[in-house]
Design a protein around this ligand. Structure first.
Ligand code: HEM
Length: 123
């Protein structure tokens, strides 16, 4: 968990799947099922942050600024997941949060891949 990114990747991939599943359930009118998936997703937020924080703690000394931006980008993605789901539930507009989610996801995945640990290291 400290030296490879497998656990971290597993948690955020499951997180993305749960996010889209919750939106699909909302569209299908399955409110109770959506609530359960949303609660599960919240548990995965913690796992994403925990696995990311363990990697950060061990390796950030190499590129402190890039690691810092990666951490903030990851938190930004999670915040946008939450804003979109809560506002969708309330019937409020979500356009600006979708735009932010796309930017945050591109930034976070690009930086994650650029940084030296892991499957797609580009350094
Ligand atoms: C949904 C949100 C997130 C996504 C989509 C994401 C995505 C990624 C990706 C694509 C990688 C590269 C994996 C590899 O090359 O094998 C990575 C690595 C990493 N992530 Fe995240 N991440 C997220 C959240 C976080 C959070 C919240 C933190 C910090 C608390 C974090 C810290 C890290 C660290 C430290 C690495 C290792 C970078 C390296 O040294 O190569 N991530 N992440």
């Amino acid at each position: 968990m400290f030296d490879n990114t497998h656990a971290h990747i597993t948690t955020w991939v499951i997180g993305i799947i749960l996010f889209f599943t919750a939106l699909y359930l909302h569209k299908s009118g399955k409110k109770k099922a959506m609530k359960i998936v949303h609660m599960t997703l919240r548990l995965f937020y913690l796992l994403i942050i925990l696995t990311g924080a363990l990697l950060f703690w061990k390796h950030q000394g190499i590129y402190p600024m890039q690691y810092g931006i990666k951490l903030l980008g990851g938190l930004w993605v999670i915040a946008m997941f939450e804003m979109i789901l809560v506002r969708t539930n309330k019937g409020k507009s979500t356009g600006i949060f979708w735009a932010q989610l796309i930017i945050a996801l591109i930034l976070t995945i690009y930086l994650g891949a650029w940084l030296p640990i892991g499957l797609w290291s580009m350094v």
